[in-house]
Design a binder for this molecule. Structure first.
Ligand SMILES: [Zn+2]
Length: 537
């Protein structure tokens, strides 16, 4: 056998949670073929040798929770992801995917509703079915592997529209059959986002019917819960109840609690998760290592105020009675406007980077008025970074045995159309941050932190042959200079690639070498239920 690559002299932290061991790693045809003494022997005459002495060699990171559905089509080199060591990205989270779209779907309406994902207007929506969308991703030849969740928003809005009403029985049948088609075309699961209209109107019958389809195929149901603030625990119970009723493998996405008066709720949520797991349910959680989130500002509106789609929602904000009711609903919010910073507003860079409170002071008005103005002008395309979170809650999630890491970020390129605004720094720094700061402070050991970033996340997505350094697994490998490892992206200056991620190998192809992107675009689309490397068997 002729090897393509031999990685010599590194400390292999294999992604299982086991301690590191000094070992060589041999790669041929995109696959790890040997680890340890056998690799050393096979390595005679390898086409390429990488000296990893003094470095950690670990599996590539599997980012379970991303919003790169459209940015991968604009920036397929996925620089903000691969520079962190991400080799597989799971798209379609929070219900905010871009497929499947029913025949006759209001595509412009869906596109506006997922404006948060949509940074490059030149990306054309050329697909309808989930299979066509995955073909578009494959045609873009991304630098990372991609697994996709079908999005509840395009599914629901494409069939039912944007109004506050349940689907008719016929519509529910269409939704379940579109979902079944998406899963059969390779989606690894379904995601919902019950804070985003029209999903705010999705009730138990709809969630149950969709969960049954997911469960029938052993796929994953990922939940952006109905609430992460005052009603966070009942939102967790809602997801667990559907899991119990259907047996669907269930992921509670970015588990946190928002607003000081809710701090400590995460531990109670994790007790509910533990009880569900003790009952035999396959339930887990994920999180990113930051004390602030990033979402469309429209998430702050009550559900009724988001009804009807983007244009209707914006028009509604000219109605004094609607405005009065929205202001009333905001009076009791757990999170204040001083903790909410505008992170993107298309065509209005002067607004970006300021809190709503600061913008109000500039204008000599109140923050509610500013927020209403932003929503009327930009609709779903104005985004916020929202703080008000507790370090203890974060630590509780990170240390829970059933937690894995998902960045909730996007694959971005500082030099392209996606390199604008003030994105949440998680898009650039999640993994180096976790593996430096949260290991240095004793929250996690390095092997356990790496497990949560690799095999732990891969198994949630149903990916069974990536995520560890084992002969026979796909050759997705990262070489870390742990002493130099540092997240350099900050909230004030987010578009910074990290330090200490020396090499990233995707399907055997060096994609980061000596800290630089090589231009390689060797990612695969990982389809559920196929026999290709990295798929659910
Ligand atoms: Zn979300």
């Amino acid at each position: 056998m002729t090897l393509d690559l031999l990685i010599t002299g590194g400390t292999v932290v294999d992604g299982t949670g086991a301690d590191g061991v000094r070992a060589d790693v041999a790669v041929a045809d995109g696959v790890i073929v040997a680890v340890g003494a056998e690799a050393t022997v096979l390595g005679e005459g390898a086409a390429r040798t990488v000296d990893a002495a003094g470095k950690v060699v670990c599996p590539g990171f599997v980012d379970l929770h991303t919003h790169s559905d459209l940015t991968l089509l604009s920036a397929p080199q996925a620089r903000s992801a691969v520079h962190q060591g991400i080799t597989t990205t799971v798209i379609g989270n929070c219900g905010l995917g871009v497929a499947p779209l029913a025949d006759g779907a209001d595509v412009d309406g869906v596109r506006a509703a997922v404006g948060y994902l949509d940074l490059d207007p030149s990306v054309g929506w050329t697909w309808r079915s989930y299979g066509e969308y995955l073909d578009a991703v494959a045609a873009a030849r991304p630098s990372v592997n991609v697994a996709g969740l079908a999005g509840h928003l395009p599914l629901h809005a494409g069939v039912v529209g944007f109004d506050d009403r349940p689907p008719t029985p016929g519509e529910l049948d269409r939704m379940t059959s579109l979902l079944a088609d998406a899963l059969d075309a390779g989606a690894v699961g379904l995601s919902t986002g019950l804070m985003y209209a029209p999903l705010t109107f999705a009730g138990r019958a709809e969630l149950l019917a969709l969960a049954e389809v997911v469960a029938g195929r052993g796929a994953l149901f990922a939940w952006h819960l109905r609430d992460y603030a005052d009603d966070g625990l009942s939102a967790v119970r809602e997801a667990l109840e559907i899991a119990a009723a259907t047996g669907a493998r269930t992921q509670l996405s970015h588990l946190t609690s928002v607003g000081r008066r809710n701090w400590g709720t995460v531990a109670k949520a994790l007790e509910l998760v533990d009880a569900a797991r003790a009952d035999g349910l396959d339930v887990a959680v994920d999180m990113y290592p930051y004390l602030a989130g990033n979402a469309p500002l429209a998430q702050r509106l009550p559900a009724w105020a988001q009804a009807g789609g983007d244009a209707v929602m914006r028009d509604r904000l000219a109605d004094p009675e609607a405005v009065r009711r929205i202001r009333e609903s905001w009076a009791g919010e757990a999170l204040g406007w001083d903790e909410i910073t505008v992170s993107s507003a298309p065509g209005a860079p002067d607004l970006v980077g300021h809190t709503v409170t600061a913008l109000a002071a500039d204008r000599g008005t109140d923050p509610d008025t500013v927020a209403l103005d932003l929503l009327a002008r930009f609709g779903n395309a104005v985004s916020m970074v929202a703080g008000g979170r507790d370090a203890g809650d974060l630590r509780a999630v990170l240390t829970h045995p059933a937690s894995v890491i998902g960045s909730d970020g996007q694959a971005l390129d500082v030099d392209g159309p996606t390199g604008v605004g003030m994105p949440h720094p998680r898009s650039y720094g999640t993994y180096p941050r976790l593996l430096s700061e949260h290991v240095a402070d004793g929250t996690l050991t390095l092997p356990e932190a790496i497990r949560k970033c690799t095999s732990g996340a891969a198994r949630r997505a149903g990916i069974t042959d990536r995520g560890t350094i084992t002969a026979g697994e796909a050759a997705d490998i990262v070489i870390l200079d742990v002493g130099r490892l540092a997240d350099r992206a900050t909230f004030a200056d987010p578009r910074q690639y990290p330090a200490g991620v020396d090499a990233v190998i995707v399907n055997g192809e060096p994609t980061i070498a000596h800290g630089q992107h090589t231009g390689a675009r060797a990612g695969h689309v990982l389809k559920a239920g196929t026999k290709d490397k990295g798929q659910r068997s």
